[in-house]
Design a protein around this ligand. Sequence first.
Ligand SMILES: *[C@@H]1O[C@H](CO)[C@@H](O)[C@H](O)[C@H]1NC(C)=O
Ligand SMILES: *[C@@H]1O[C@H](CO)[C@@H](O)[C@H](O)[C@H]1NC(C)=O
Ligand SMILES: *[C@@H]1O[C@H](CO)[C@@H](O)[C@H](O)[C@H]1NC(C)=O
Length: 290
Amino acid sequence: MGVMIALVLAVCGVTGSPTVTFRPETASTDVPADPNIVPQMAKNTEQEQLLVIEVPEEDVMETGELNPNQYPAQRAAKVVQHYLNTRHGSPFKLFGLQRVHGGNAEDVADSGRKYQLEITVHEIISNAAQKCSVEVLFPRGEKQRSADVQASCEELLKINTTAQEQALYEQFKTNKSLVSAQYLPDSHGHIEPQNKPLWHLGIVASSFVMLKESSENSLYNMAQVVNITQQATEDDHLKFDCHTLLHELVSQEIVPWKLLFTWSPAEGVKVVQMEQLPHCHECEKPPNSD
Ligand SMILES: *[C@@H]1O[C@H](CO)[C@@H](O)[C@H](O)[C@H]1NC(C)=O
Ligand SMILES: *[C@@H]1O[C@H](CO)[C@@H](O)[C@H](O)[C@H]1NC(C)=O
Ligand SMILES: *[C@@H]1O[C@H](CO)[C@@H](O)[C@H](O)[C@H]1NC(C)=O
C-alpha cells in the first residue's frame, strides 16, 4: 500500500515545483523526503536512469530551439524509444531513451509539429548506447493519428541476438506446458531471472500502445506486466495474451491494457489486438499489497 500513497502524495506535490527529477533507482531505496520526487509504482531497474519532467507548463519554448530538459523535447524523444521497440524490440533487445542533447520544433503547415532532436538511445540488455539524430512529427487533425518517427540508430540495430532468440523460441515451442507469469516486476521491483524474457516481451508489446497513444501532451512509461500467458498456436509464431499497466506521467494515471501479440525470431513482435480496459481501483493496487 505504501507505494500508492507515495504516488498520491506526489500528485499533490507536483504543482508548486519548477522541476521534478525522477530517479527510479534511488527513489525506491531511499524514501524521498521531498514530496516532489515521484517514486515509481513498481521499481524497474532496467528502465531509463533519469527522466526529467518540468512543471509548470507555462513559459516553455515550444517552437524553435528546445531546452533538452524540458517536457516538449523529453516527450517527443520518448516516442522514439517506443518506435524502436516496435520495430526492433525482442526478448533480448530493448531500447530506452538515455538523454536528450538538444533539438528544435517547428509547425509544419497543415500537418502538425515536427521535432528534430539529438538524443542518446541505449539498448538496455547489452548496455550499449548511441547518439542518434531523430525526427518526430505529431500530426494535427480531427482524427488522432500516431506520431511519425524517423530514427536510424544503426549501431544499436547491429546487436545480434539471433542465437538467444532462437534458443528461447525453441524452449517455448517445445515445452509441453504453456508458459505464464504475473506481476513483472512484483511490488518489491523483483523479477525472477527466468521471467525476464517475458517481461521484455510485455514491454515491447506495450510500446505499440505507447507509440499509438503518445502525443505532445503525454509521456508514457511501462509500469508492470500484470500477467502474460502463452497461447497454443498452430503456426510458427508464439502467441501471448498479456495485461499491462502503463503509467502516463502527465496525468499521473495508471492505464490498464489487454494485448494479444505474436513473436518469432524472424518476424519480431506483432500486436494482434489491443484494448484499453476501464480504470478501476483494483488495477491501481500494487500486487501483494493487501
Ligand atoms: C547473427 O548471429 C547468427 C548466429 O548467432 C548468425 O547466423 C547471423 O548471420 C548473424 N547475423 C548478422 C546480421 O550478423
Ligand atoms: C516448461 O514450462 C514449465 C511451466 O511453465 C516450466 O516450469 C519449465 O521450466 C519449462 N521448461 C523449459 C525447458 O522451459
Ligand atoms: C490477468 O489480469 C487481468 C486483470 O487483473 C485479469 O482480468 C485476468 O483474468 C488475468 N489473466 C490471467 C490469465 O490470469
